[in-house]
Design a protein around this ligand. Structure first.
Ligand code: NOJ
Length: 548
């Protein structure tokens, strides 16, 4: 398979509101990102995925866009944006923009026009339906933010569709004029020199609401192929689709280069492993590492040679990974390193979410008033009505709520952790005195140092980028292991993803040189056919070709 630049790259997601404030208003901004580009270059990343900085009323923190070709003044101006693209380019970093085109803001001029009358030229940019005969909603489709997906608009007496907040009306992709407008906007951004797009909930654009089809609608792939032919194929860019409902088969459809759709997708199959079966993600259950590994192994094998995987633990919608599947107290550093080593040795393109590289943790809250995120507020209200105990509701939100990942980046031990000179829009986690970039950079055994080393290893070793993947059973559900193989080379990865000592037995009789590549335990250098690992031990060794 031909190699593309983005298959050798490491991505870093910046959530601009919380990355770096440059003007003291408590909100991160584009000039703040520019100030921190050297930090990102030093870490070794090649691409920044920038969460939305477009003009927006911020009902959903920028995922409700009212002008795709303007910058939200809170973040700066278009001149700042052009400066960011240029300053990043000097450091060989590309900027990937968030493309949010399943829906717009209800303040977007298209929607303001559309709602004026049934015969407005923009009416069909959105999805309108008459009320049911009793005046109620057209059908029982639900919004992903809870409640009906239909909102009534009194001006014309019809309902419009919104799969998120009612202030985020869904675009009608069946209308060729919508697609044309989106393609023009994408081209405008590509001509500014951006490196590509992360496509927000792109699996929803083929929706057919009358048949109650939300994701993976019949026209989805046809639309993406059209987008590719009209826009993407004209540039050497990367695209990554956010696709919550993708199976490995669907993942192939998106990312097989012969189909000319996307470079890769974010798949979320592992996301449900720590929820009670048949319940919502707010009903918690502990993760079994072997189940996680089974999901990753399946995707590694399914896309090998016929598609491409993205590799990520977290983003602005998910909790902090060290709090979720590591241990954010006694073993914070070691478990964060174990998770990093596990993910970054897989085949695919790794994504680091801001702060993950220093092991930032969740931020527990004790009351409704501390919730900023629209989704968590809705969940709180709905579960309160359903009779859940407040402590259970808060437990769920503290474990899974989206604010966890949105608290400000922890840069140093100074006031507000160096994020702002003002009052931050969300409080800085009080643990910033122990967890911050400045401290991490002084410590050659820090989580940061592990990430930096993992990125270097990836750059230098084709086996990580291109090698075959093979799952290795360990006889222990808390110990996960896999091999990577390229030509004569063979590397073994083994991780104890628990806070206990765990034993393992591998189906490998003869090891070659057993040379250590990376580990989070100075005393762990070799692997044998069987043995015991300390809590969160992680080791990668070159084992030679044991079949010889
Ligand atoms: C996915 C985004 O990542 C999330 O933050 C947003 O709320 C929804 N899509 C709607 O745009």
């Amino acid at each position: 398979m031909q190699t593309n630049w983005w298959q050798n790259a490491v991505f870093y997601q910046v959530y601009p509101r919380s990355f770096q404030d440059s003007n003291g208003d408590g909100i991160g901004d584009i000039q703040g990102i520019i100030q921190r580009l050297d930090y990102l270059a030093d870490l070794g990343v090649n691409v920044i995925w920038l969460s939305p900085v477009y003009q927006s009323p911020n009902v959903d923190n920028g995922y409700d866009i009212s002008d795709y070709q303007a910058i939200n003044p809170e973040y700066g101006s278009m001149v700042d944006m052009e400066q960011l693209i240029e300053a990043a380019k000097i450091r060989k970093i590309k900027i990937v923009m968030d493309l949010v085109v399943n829906h717009t803001s209800d303040q977007h001029p298209w929607f303001l026009e559309a709602r004026k009358s049934k015969d407005n030229p923009y009416r069909d940019f959105y999805i309108w339906r008459d009320p049911a005969t009793d005046g109620s909603v057209p059908n029982d489709l639900q919004s992903n933010f809870k409640g009906s997906a239909w909102a009534f608009d009194a001006v014309t007496g019809q309902y419009y569709l919104h799969f998120y907040a009612k202030e985020q009306p869904d675009l009608n992709w069946q209308n060729p004029k919508v697609r044309e407008a989106v393609y023009q906007m994408m081209t405008w951004w590509l001509q500014k020199g951006i490196g590509g797009f992360r496509m927000d909930v792109i699996d929803l654009i083929g929706k057919e609401p009358d048949r109650k089809i939300k994701e993976n609608g019949p026209q989805l792939h046809a639309y993406l192929q059209e987008m590719n032919a009209r826009v993407l194929s004209q540039y050497d860019v990367v695209t990554v689709g956010e696709t919550w409902g993708a199976t490995p088969e669907i993942g192939q459809m998106y990312s097989n280069p012969n189909r000319h759709e996307l470079s890769m997708i974010f798949q979320f199959e592992q996301i449900n492993l720590d929820k009670q079966s048949g319940m919502t993600r707010w009903d918690l259950k502990p993760l079994i590492p072997a189940e996680l590994h089974a999901v990753f192994s399946k995707w590694q094998l399914a896309l090998d040679g016929v598609g491409w995987n993205s590799l990520f633990w977290s983003n602005h919608d998910l909790p902090r990974i060290v709090s979720r599947w590591g241990d954010d107290s006694q073993y914070r550093e070691k478990s964060a390193q174990a998770l990093a080593i596990y993910l970054h040795m897989l085949k695919g393109t790794p994504y680091i979410y801001q702060g993950e590289e220093i092991g930032m943790t969740n931020y527990p809250i004790t009351s409704y008033h501390e919730i900023e995120d629209i989704e968590s507020r809705r969940v709180y209200q709905q579960r309160q009505q359903q009779g859940y105990a407040i402590s259970d509701i808060l437990n769920g939100i503290n474990a899974k709520g989206r604010d966890n990942a949105r608290h400000p980046m922890q840069w140093n031990g100074k006031n507000q952790s160096g994020f702002t000179d003002g009052t931050p829009w969300l409080p800085v986690n009080p643990n910033y005195l122990e967890i911050n970039v400045e401290l991490a950079k002084q410590d050659e055994r820090s989580i940061y140092a592990t990430y930096q080393q993992l990125i270097k290893l990836r750059k230098r070793n084709a086996i990580i980028r291109q090698g075959r993947f093979e799952n290795v059973p360990t006889g222990n559900q808390n110990v996960i292991s896999y091999k990577r193989m390229l030509g004569e080379q063979s590397w073994l990865v083994i991780i104890n993803l628990s806070k206990n000592r765990e034993s393992y037995t591998l189906p490998i009789q003869h090891f070659g040189p057993n040379q250590k590549i990376i580990s989070n335990n100075l005393l762990l250098n070799k692997i044998a056919t069987s043995g015991v690992l300390q809590p969160y031990d992680a080791l990668v060794v070159a084992i030679g070709n044991e079949e010889k």
